[in-house]
Design a protein around this ligand. Structure first.
Ligand SMILES: N[C@@H](CCC(=O)N[C@@H](CS)C(=O)NCC(=O)O)C(=O)O
Length: 83
């Protein structure tokens, strides 16, 4: 995946403490992708996760300028970022 523009950086919706979420933070940091982060609280995350991605789990990386859609699993996100 090409590096997204800094004008519309991807937004990572995540839990601060979670290995799935850490995997994606690591991939973003490793590739030095400009991005913003929104930390959610477990239990209160469901509405946002569902609205963003149609499922209940985090992390979700919102990459509007590339795919104009939302990505779901940490494995998909990590593979895209490090590709
Ligand atoms: N296969 C998913 C699993 C993600 C996952 O299990 N996330 C947990 C946090 S570690 C979660 O969001 N749990 C809350 C829920 O299922 O409502 C991925 O790799 O992203």
């Amino acid at each position: 995946m090409p590096v997204p523009s800094a004008a519309t950086p991807p937004r990572l919706w995540h839990f601060r403490v979670s290995h799935f979420n850490e995997k994606v933070r690591w991939a973003l940091d490793h590739k030095r992708w400009p991005h913003t982060r929104k930390t959610l609280i477990p239990g209160f995350h469901v509405a946002a996760a569902r609205w963003l991605s149609g499922q209940n789990q985090l992390p979700v990386l919102r990459v509007l300028d590339i795919y104009a859609r939302h990505r779901g699993t940490s494995s998909e996100i990590g593979a895209d970022v490090v590709a």
